[in-house]
Write a protein that binds this ligand. Sequence first.
Ligand code: NAD
Length: 478
Amino acid sequence: MAEIFEYAPAPESRSVVTLRDTYDLFIDGAFTPAEDGTQLTTVNPADETELARVAVAGPVDIDRAVAAARRAHENVWGPMSGLERGKYLFRIARIIQERSRELAVLESMDNGKPIKETRDVDLPLVAAHFFYHAGWADKLAHAGLGPDPRPLGVAAQVIPWNFPLLMLAWKIAPALATGNTVVLKPAETTPLTALVFAEICQEADLPAGVVNILPGAGETGRKLVEHPGTDKVAFTGSTEVGRQIARAVAGTPKRLTLELGGKGANIVYDDAAIDQAVEGIVSGIFFNQGHVCCAGSRLLVQESIAEELLARLKTRVTQLRVGDPLDKNTDLGAINSAAQLERIRELTDSGESEGAERWSPACDLPENGYWFAPTVLTGISQAHRVAREEIFGPVLSVLTFRTPEEAVTKANNTPYGLSAGVWTEKGSRMLWTAERLRAGVVWSNTFNKFDPTSPFGGYKESGYGREGGRHGLEAYLG
Ligand code: NAD
């Protein structure tokens, strides 16, 4: 087996980031402490050092932010022409590009994901989302949604920790382009880039109240989505919390979109280009430590090539570099929190105790911080928890199939329906399979590719509504 090639450390400089000791809420265009003074601590998951104290929004702060968003919507942002709104969005997009190195480093520090990904994936996509939606702002009458589509009003938005700034962009860019104002709650473990985004709104001279950022944990999120002063709720996170929100919003006039969990199948047929498929499997489950709602966490490989494919996959996984997220050579960074690490451990152990065979390459994990080695589970049946439940970590569950019908049946045998991959050299087989998969996005001979022009969303317990593309505008227009 090929030895892992030794690289000299190549750490990205932290000096582009100026961390403050404390970060306040962003309400009505200004930073203000929480009314009751509550704060949370955000830590670097790679070494457990404290990064900053962050204000936690309570009911009074939420009232203020929602009122500010309402005023801004009625007096400034709603009546403004699309052309003018577009200028602000272009300005925000350009400032994000100018500050992208700072934002990439800060995201890696707060989240634990490798700088290679924040620099080359998250930040370019964040800017692309603002540019794309800036272009729509003055063309909404041509979006096929009627001659004069109207904004809904104030949007309450709650996002998770796995792509903190990218999920913010997916939420805020379409809302603003369509003339809505927002109150957004970032996740409790990753609030920092959202607060730098608030600075960017100031730098762009965005009118006060158009964007409000309220850090906090689940309780802040619950109070925000239940607040009677909002017209729209957009949530990305777990299916469990999504269900609670659907119950809370039911019977109110609010519009709701939910982007929830997934258990994506990555199907590899016997005619697939095997080395390319191996790359796609690796990116499908180990990109962002597997903290990806649309991860290809279930590998479905045709039985006749399973042995060869698994051998090559293990060779490739052995070459992954796990460690310091700020090192430019790192492929797998830290797990975002102690709680998430515990969940990954518990589910992976359950796989073993249900009879799965567990494999990880030999790799030295750092002593401090939250770490989990890339893991492959084989000998799994569809009844195993690791084949059904979302692990949300770097753990691949491998199943086999003999016929295309069996592949499709197994792929669809999940309460989720967010993503899937199909690897084959034959176009007709790819189309036959894609047509039968109940998944919001199906990639062919690639995986985890994102673009602001492309709608993204799920079936079944993966949620409803679409984000991105023309479809995503609809969720913010009446
Ligand atoms: P989570 O549901 O625990 O938290 C998500 C957000 O909701 C956080 O900001 C949290 O503070 C907040 N929250 C918690 N309880 C709440 C409540 N009762 N009311 C309102 N808000 C509340 O999920 P997580 O563990 O942070 O994120 C991981 C999950 O997100 C995974 O299941 C993943 O699949 C999903 N996800 C989905 C997509 C998608 O586009 N479908 C994208 C990224 C992540």
